[in-house]
Design a protein around this ligand. Structure first.
Ligand SMILES: NC(=O)c1ccc[n+]([C@@H]2O[C@H](COP(=O)([O-])OP(=O)(O)OC[C@H]3O[C@@H](n4cnc5c(N)ncnc54)[C@H](O)[C@@H]3O)[C@@H](O)[C@H]2O)c1
Length: 444
């Protein structure tokens, strides 16, 4: 039985507008996927909010409702979709172009619906994504005017579609690497940099800024900074807006964050980890540019360091050779192949090897994450959980955390964190997995 008190969460009434920055492979697969599910034509595999259960109380109580029956989430039928993209293709054209979903099975039958989702002109500057040329872009060059135009888009979309609430998920291309600088530290410096059209202020930051000012939660699915700067974190807290990122945790990194904790749990050493990918979609093309790849590389490389804690275990993990490569290879389209070669060592230092060959589909892995993030960020907003949503680090390669906190990368710690946060929200006991209460020695 629960003894804790529940947090008050506003009901999920009315429509929730889900706005994707970028209407490429991930966003079109997400939107078309939700519409297929709504029409009973497919199942939402890969989505925790739609399929997962949550254990409540003791194991003997056998209480395990669906997450969506336990916490008040928006219903799929209440979602309204919108997007911005510098390419003018509507969602139908984009889904066909990206070629992730089967044309006859999942695109043509919902053509009329997908055609209605037309991207709004984007805030776009080729300086930040070298391999793209945009025509559907907001005019001018003023970062302040662009940001104000995004705010107006949010108000217009909400009004036009009769939405009660909005949420934004960044599903746009990875921008060039930008290190956090003095321009990002305080709101005053950030505002000054916007007015000076400083290159350190990327379009993703303008979307995030506009979202926070309009009270719209913002989740970042790419590795570029966007809302991951002190100025915007502070603003989000002040304005009571949920933010978080970065970079959807899908293929190779998801596997890494499952295997690495296993090695550490068993005190097996790691000598080297070589990861390489071939990928032929537009994301692969964008990441073929060294400046965009650097942003991705930082995000992918970080996880091992945090999970394996080489400072605590120098003899096991102090000398790892870790390499990550992404190679653009058009014939594969969205069907990425990710290889991992892992050199480990065990008892008395004897070497062993593990090879992983993951023939995955990038956007098929990412689409359910977009859905869960949209629904959970909306939940967080209604629960007045402002600022960084670390409990959603389950979904990210580089989870944003409070200043001074290192992120948790282990997928199963992240899952426990997520579910315990839901229990905390609803006033249920935390599940600690202690378990002595089932044995005589645990009786009080
Ligand atoms: N699919 C995955 O498994 C996965 C995992 C982690 C991260 N991601 C990230 O998600 C993002 C989307 O991936 P994708 O495969 O859909 O790529 P994509 O290239 O198919 O789509 C990205 C879209 O964003 C648009 N865009 C670029 N700059 C924009 C801007 N300033 N405003 C609005 N739109 C803009 C592009 O025109 C394009 O249509 C990428 O950054 C990718 O790195 C994907």
């Amino acid at each position: 039985m629960s003894t804790a008190s529940a947090r008050s969460v506003a009901p999920a009434k009315g429509k929730l507008g889900v706005l994707c920055v970028g209407l490429g492979a991930v966003a079109s697969t997400f939107i078309a996927g939700v519409e297929n599910v709504r029409r009973g034509r497919a199942r939402p595999h890969g989505s925790l909010t739609q399929l997962a259960t949550i254990r409540l109380g003791k194991r003997t109580e056998e209480r395990a409702p669906l997450i969506k029956d336990f916490v008040p989430l928006a219903e799929l039928n209440d979602l309204v979709f919108g997007a911005w993209d510098p390419l003018p293709d509507n969602c139908y054209q984009s889904a066909l172009h990206c070629g992730v979903l089967d044309k006859h099975e999942h695109v043509e039958p919902i053509k009329d619906y997908l055609q209605t989702i037309v991207p709004m002109p984007a805030v776009f500057d080729q300086y930040y994504v070298k391999r793209l040329e945009g025509t559907n872009v907001k005019p001018g060059k003023s970062k302040r005017a662009w940001m104000e135009a995004l705010r107006q888009d949010l108000r217009d979309f909400k009004k036009k579609n009769g939405c009660d609430r909005l949420v934004i998920v960044w599903c746009a291309s990875t921008e060039i690497f930008i290190a956090p600088g003095p321009q990002h530290q305080t709101l005053a410096a950030f505002d000054k940099a916007i007015d000076a059209n400083d290159p350190a202020i990327a379009p993703s930051m303008l979307y995030a800024y506009a979202a926070i000012l309009e009270g719209v939660p913002f989740a970042n699915g790419a590795p570029n900074l966007a809302c991951d700067v002190p100025a915007l974190e502070q603003l989000a807290r002040e304005k009571g807006v949920a933010i978080g990122g970065k970079d959807f945790k899908t293929g190779q990194t998801m596997i890494k964050t499952v295997l690495a904790p296993m090695f550490k749990a068993r005190m097996l050493g790691v000598a080297g980890w070589y990861s390489t990918n071939i990928l032929g979609n537009r994301d692969g093309e964008v990441l073929d540019d060294p400046e965009s790849f650097k942003t991705k590389e930082e995000s992918k490389l970080g996880v091992l360091e945090y999970i394996l804690q080489p400072k605590l275990y120098p003899e096991l993990y102090g000398n790892i050779f870790h390499k990550v490569r992404i190679n653009y290879y058009p014939p594969r389209g969205d069907n990425k192949e990710g290889w991992d070669n892992i050199d480990i060592f065990g008892w008395l230092g004897y070497p062993m090897q593990i090879k992983v060959d993951f023939l995955c589909r990038d956007s098929i892995l990412a689409a359910p994450l977009v859905l869960d993030l949209a629904l959970f960020f909306d939940l967080a907003q209604r629960a007045k959980m402002s600022g960084i949503q670390e409990w959603l680090s389950f979904y990210f390669k580089s989870p944003q955390t409070a200043p001074g906190l290192y992120p948790e990368h282990d997928l199963f710690i992240q899952l426990t964190k997520l579910k315990n946060t839901l229990r905390w929200l609803m006033g249920e006991e935390q599940v600690t997995h202690l378990g002595v209460e089932y044995y005589p020695y645990g009786e009080k």
